[in-house]
Each structure stands twice: as structure tokens, then as C-alpha cells.
Design a protein around this ligand. Sequence first.
Ligand SMILES: O=C(O)CCC(=O)C(=O)O
Length: 353
Amino acid sequence: MAKLSAEQLEQFERDGFLVIENLLSEADIQAMWAEYTAALDAAAQDLFGRGRISQLYADLPFDQRYVAIMDEDPTVFEYLNISMPFIDERYKAGQWAHVHTGAQVFNMITNPNVLDVIESVIGPEIYSNPIQHIRLKLPKKDLSQWNKSHSYFGRTLWHQDQAAVTKDAVEIDMITLWVAMTDAAVENSCLVAMAGSHKKGFEKHCPGKTTNFDNCIPGRLLGDADGKKRPVVLPVKAGSAVLMTMTTEHAATPNKTDKLRWSFDLRFNKIGQPTGRAVFPGFVARSKANPDIAVRKHADYVALWDAARAKLSAEIEETVLYDNSRFERYRNDPACSISRETYKGAKKAPEWA
Ligand SMILES: O=C(O)CCC(=O)C(=O)O
């Protein structure tokens, strides 16, 4: 895998996003499925052992097993996520959350193909940013009301990733690499990005009704600096990826199929910059200037998360994980009065509006 070509970089600079095909191999995907099949089994055993689910659902295939367990206890998601919740009362109760730190996840973050792409954009001093997630999009019919517009499980509302970082990190050079583990198309929650929107800077995000997971940019504000709305639907095959800037407006369609849609979003920034999630561990993924500081062993990556988890559960009373208040000032802003405004000009709102 070579670095991005001049043409690809030009496209990325122009649009604010770029599809990169076949970034991961079929073997990478299969290994990830195996790792997650075991992780879901371990989660089921643990939840069953603690009386939180009524059965193990061991005979069901991965998709159905996940849906069945989610239905009884949505915290199963946390066993599979590759970061931790950041606004969560359970920390205050001194209970540490789970985080999946499997070898395949570490291999993906440090995969040379992945890092070559990142290096093409931010240079060779690369830090793995801990704002990273697994997204397991349930079939729409299996979503409970509370998580319909929660971007871990349901559709993702329009936003820029700059909205996800803490205030100290709004100026960092962070990029998002969204990697598909299953095929993603308009019917099953692929990304949609607004071409040219990244050049306009940070847009207003209306505060969500429940959590920061439904903060969103109202439809009327979407578009490029001239107000032109050029949404581009980005279907990709498993193993392919979408690269985005911190200010690219994007969303994901609802999953209308009866299968899970699975992706990871990884983030990287330049070494030495804040990450926007100071309480979670990042690590040097590649450094040309100082190759020895790169984390190369899976066990070292696991240790970073274990230490953060222990520290958080001990110190949570004093730690502000994420201050969401910067969006509160928009609560009474006229632009936020219809925060889910449908796509202006369209007779019938498209699904991604
Ligand atoms: O996969 C999704 O639904 C949304 C991902 C996303 O918004 C992101 O990676 O920033």
C-alpha cells in the first residue's frame, strides 16, 4: 500500500473526505470477526454470571446474539467498544467500565496501510487519539426508542468531529479514519458527507435532547462556505475506509436491513498535541524523528487502558471527562429551533437529511 497519491490528496483537500478502497485485507477482517465473536461470548458469560441477562444466547449467530443481548442489557456494547464512556454516572459510583483492547484492534490502529494514509495527511509524527469507537448499527426494527439516534447503535446525525473534542483540542490536527468491517450502503447506515463543508470552519451544533450523542448541525446550516449543499453518499465494502477532516460535516443513514452494520472510527493527531480526551490514553503510533517511542506491543497498549481505567474509577469525583456545555449557548438559538429540519429544497427529505 502506497501513501495517498497527489490526486487523492487533492480530492481530500477539495471535498473534505476521501474513500480509500481495500485498506484492510480479507484476512484482517476475518481475524477481527474471530476476536469479536470471542469478545461477545465473554461479555455474555459475564452478564449472565451477574444475572443481567436471562440466557447466554450461545446458539445464535453474532448479529442475532448481539441484538438479543442488547435487548436485555445495552451495556453489552461497552464490552465491545474500543474506548470508554465519557459521561457516565457509573464512574461516580466507582465502577469502572469495560473497554475492548484486543490484539486485532491494536493491529488495525497500527496497521502500516492505515499509518501510511495518516502520514500522507499529517506527516510521520502520528499519535493514536483515544476518541475512537466501534459502531454496531442494529437493524432499525430492533432499536429501542432511546437509542434510535444514538450514533453507536442507530443513525448518526449531522455533525463535525471537532464537536467531539474538549475545548483545549479544537485546533489540533486530528483526522478521522472510518473503517468498514461490513459492507455499508445507503440502506444500512453508510456515511454521507457534505462536500466542501470542511472549509467553512466550525458550525453550530444544537445541543441534543438527551445526551451529546444527539448534538447536531441543523439542516439549514449544512453546506459549504457559500451555503451550497452537496451531500455525497459514501457506500463502501468491508475493509475500505473513509478519511475525514475535523470539520467535515457528516452523518450516517439508518440501518434498514436486518443485519448489523459494523465499523470502527479511528482518530489520529500530531504527536504533542492534546487529544480532546485527556483522561483516556493515546499512544505514539509512528514517529520518524524518534522511532523508539512508538508503541509496538499489544500488551503495552492494553496496559495503557488498564491504568486509565483504574485511575478513573479511583479519581472520578475530581475529573471532568467531557464538558458538553459549549453547545448549551445554542439551545435558544433560532437556528436550533427545528434542529432536525429536513433538507431544504427537497420535496421529500432524503433519509440522510
Ligand atoms: O459510523 C457512524 O455512524 C458515524 C461515524 C462518525 O460520525 C465518525 O466517525 O465521526
